[in-house]
Ligand binder design. Sequence first.
Ligand code: SF4
Length: 362
Amino acid sequence: MSTTDLMTLSAGETADLVRDKGWPRFHTHQILRWLYQHRVTDVEAMTDLSKAVRMQLSAETRISALPPVETLTSEDGTQKFIFHLEDGKAVESVLIPNTSSRENDRLTLCLSTQVGCTLDCAFCLTGRMGLLRNLKAHEIVGQVLAVQRGLAPGLRLTNLVLMGMGEPLANADAVEEAVRRLTNQPWGVGLSPRRITLSTAGLTSRLTRVAKMGVNLAVSLNATTNEQRDRLMPAVNKAYPLQALMKACRAFPLKPHRRMTFEYVLLRDENDSAQDAARLVKLIRGMRCKINLIPFNEFPGSPFRRPADETVLRFQAIVTKNGVDAYIRKSKGRDILGACGQLGTLSESLPLIPVPQRCSTA
Ligand code: SF4
């Protein structure tokens, strides 16, 4: 008899299972808490259920886990986890310890939402894979549970960024369900939505889904004209040109005390000039936002180069002089291809050379 994977069930479906078995209703929250708060992988560990219930549950269900098959550790402390899914495909997550003295205890996990990506951003290694498939909700949450299981006692993941492999809003239903499980307080992982950031390449019509989830919005902008964005992010800009994207961003219902993030990957001689910086300022004028500047992380075969440090600083100075906070993201995990834009199956076969890019941790 095939067994049901408890991780694939939503809270409502778990309640249905409990009801169908004729068990008391409170068993639903008990089971969910064991899965998401205690992160057990064996029904026998659910010790507040009776032996009879556990036996029946063991016989008819299972709990899938996502043990990392490979972990690479960067010299800066960043860790990249490669997970094999049940169908043999692989995804990657990146654990980024915080180095700022302000937030010493911050531990951010950058999650993947698709195997590969439908979009074809010219600067991104994942985009080269094409889309192999969407991740299911439990495979997104599974990355969090697996990494949390492996942390030293007392350490907790504090922030999640949906910025790994894939475009989260191209897999919005699964992402929404994953966020429900990650943020639910009574039985879920219990993270505040404020601690979760979803980064989109600009699927404009789906920004309302982000507002509904209550998580922070980051938009991967990278260009200040349509011509430039057509070159760098052709698929998404064809569907949602820059003006439409900016209009939707301006209409986004930001919660009080929150601001939107625009990510801007700086590519040498492509989008890093003083004119680009001035156009960027104009595009976002009057918005409650900050800019993350991400000097490009080169990967073998990439057509772009990283700008010189002084070019990056000049760009930042122009933006900040105009009253917008702009932060230069320190690339983490460059030596393990764990930095922004470097995630992809190629990483298994590539030499570990110092290369610079899509996860940012602000
Ligand atoms: S940058 Fe993001 S949206 Fe673009 S190809 Fe890479 S993963 Fe996909």
